[in-house]
Design a protein around this ligand. Sequence first.
Ligand code: XIL
Length: 381
Amino acid sequence: MVSTRRSLLAGSTSALAALAARGAGATTPGSSPPLPRPIPVAAPGQPGLNARAAGKGLFFGSAVDDLQLQGDPALMARIVADCGMVVGESSFKWEALQPQPGHFNYSRADALMRFAAKNRMRVRGHTLVWHEANPPWLEATLTPQSGEALLTGYIANVCGHFRGKIAHWDVANEVLHPEDKQPLGLRATPWLKALGPRYLDLAFHAAAEADPGALRVLNEFGVDYALPWQEKRRVAMLTLLQTLLMRGVPVQAVGLQAHLNAAETTLDQRGLARFVADIAGMGLKVIVTELDVRDDGLPADIPSRDEAVAEHARAWLDAVLPHPAVLGVLTWGLSDKRSWLNSKFPRPDGLPQRPLPLDAELRPKPLWSTIAGAFDAAQAR
Ligand code: XIL
């Protein structure tokens, strides 16, 4: 990574001062007229999101795209200002860490580790076992005979490399897909096909052995709404957790990705709160791991879009955050400058999505205030 802590903080201060001047409607000769509607801003000296969270024993963080970050000191400064934790958006995935058999490449991941350490941020590892972002050689080599050694050897190497430095590992990601009609609602991944459901046992045990201090997380999406396919996934998740725990698999937490959709009308707060309570009732922690709110189903008008996105996240967070088992919240990127949603779910009108706490100019949006407000309202834990 490129910048020193001092230059990061200097960048942060001047950017925030400029924001404050705009938010207060300050006019100087020749400047543009005040904005018609005050944008909620983090004034200089106002605590960032992680500081707001930390007051309640929670944390806030974001995914970072290390390649984008290197060329963007202003974004780096905002990440430092708002985040107590970062997670590599792609730099800790299998294709990044072991692009060739027998060849590990930790350069991108280590750069993120240095950026985090320099700025006193913790790091989540994402992710050890997934059906995406695998190098082609892996799936070509993976058989019932080779699978166990491939999986446990990889995890031993990766978790060993970062031992003692990673706060949480997403040991397994997106393992459910009841439509595949596999045991326990599991997704028909190459791992399931090669090893059966015990691939999860192997992965969690290997992670526990190689880095016992990193919280071991099962990370999942699509459990947010009262939609039939999502209800099925919630039931499958609870059954899977019970089964894993009965088998002595050392899973310690569930990651709720929280890829939300502002146009979705079936948010059932009581059902969602019960789901979190059921997970916690098994002795597990809960982390909100990838929060963003897609807006491709909303009209173009920016102020009302931003309000709808914030309101939708508020309703979701109101259901989830009160539970004391919840440790913290991460968003999948901090600024609308770049979001995976623009390629995944492009808006029909071609406009960029506005799914994240900061706009593309790094100004806090209503979603920023919603997250800050949710931390303020949370009970200390
Ligand atoms: C996404 C990244 O954001 C993209 O840049 C990449 O092309 C594909 O992966 N759930 C996850 C993340 O667990 O790893 C995904 O990240 C987004 C959905």
